[in-house]
Design a protein. Structure first.
Length: 218
């Protein structure tokens, strides 16, 4: 399973990248705003800054919601760096735009996905990545991981190439559950990734090894 980090914070991206486990980055307009990155020029420069840190796919989201606007914006985003993936919302014009970019060899990430039907449409349009939002489904008493498993089954039935990018991952258990049901990629906050490190027996065991070494090497 590929690990993407879901943030526009450059320090967090650097920290995850320095661990040697980062495969890419996802962002969205809310995450950009959270870092105080506003205005088209600053946002575009920020995408380039991210691409210069990570050697992997970086999702950059269009703001337009009409076909012509998404094409114009997406082409501009794709021209910023070879690793840019154009992130497009799951709407009718979005599906059409995904087909356009697929035919031009430009990678896409279909976002705001909450159902298996939407997942089928995005795969038919040739999306590179599909982003079902696990945490936001959990928020409305619907099991987000179950949707990942359902899409996995459907995509395997038809050998769709679209990669399932489990998004809105909020915590460490989500990552493990995504791996159990076969998500191709997960994107989550740095805290969820670092949570995978933790086990009290590791800490106790390390303390004991170091204490025993110290005893024997006085
Ligand atoms: O990748 C999608 C993500 O940014 C949404 O996460 O936590 O706002 O539901 P969240």
């Amino acid at each position: 399973m590929k690990f993407f980090i879901d943030t526009a914070n450059l320090d967090e991206i650097r920290e995850a990248n320095d661990m040697g486990i980062l495969d890419g980055v996802t962002t969205n307009p809310s995450l950009m705003a959270k870092e105080g990155i506003t205005g088209a020029d600053r946002i575009l420069k920020h995408y380039v800054d991210i691409c210069n840190i990570v050697d992997g796919d970086v999702s950059a989201e269009v703001i337009a919601t009409d076909y012509a606007g998404m094409i114009k914006e997406g082409e501009n985003l794709a021209s910023l760096h070879p690793n840019i993936v154009v992130k497009i919302p799951m709407i009718k014009d979005g599906i059409k735009a995904i087909r356009y970019f697929t035919d031009k060899g430009i990678k896409t990430n279909c976002t705001l996905v909450f159902s298996a039907g939407q997942a089928i449409l995005a795969a038919k349009a040739g999306a590179t990545y599909l982003s079902p939002f696990v945490g936001r489904l959990d928020d409305v008493s619907t099991n987000g991981i179950d949707l990942i498993a359902q899409i996995r089954l459907i995509y395997d039935n038809y050998m769709f190439d679209t990669q399932i990018l489990a998004a809105s991952v909020r915590h460490t258990m989500h990552i493990i559950q995504c791996a159990e049901v076969g998500a191709d990629v997960m994107t989550g906050p740095l805290s969820s990734i670092k949570g995978l490190l933790n086990h009290p027996l590791t800490d106790i065991g390390l303390q004991k090894f170091l204490a025993d070494y110290a005893k024997g090497n006085k």
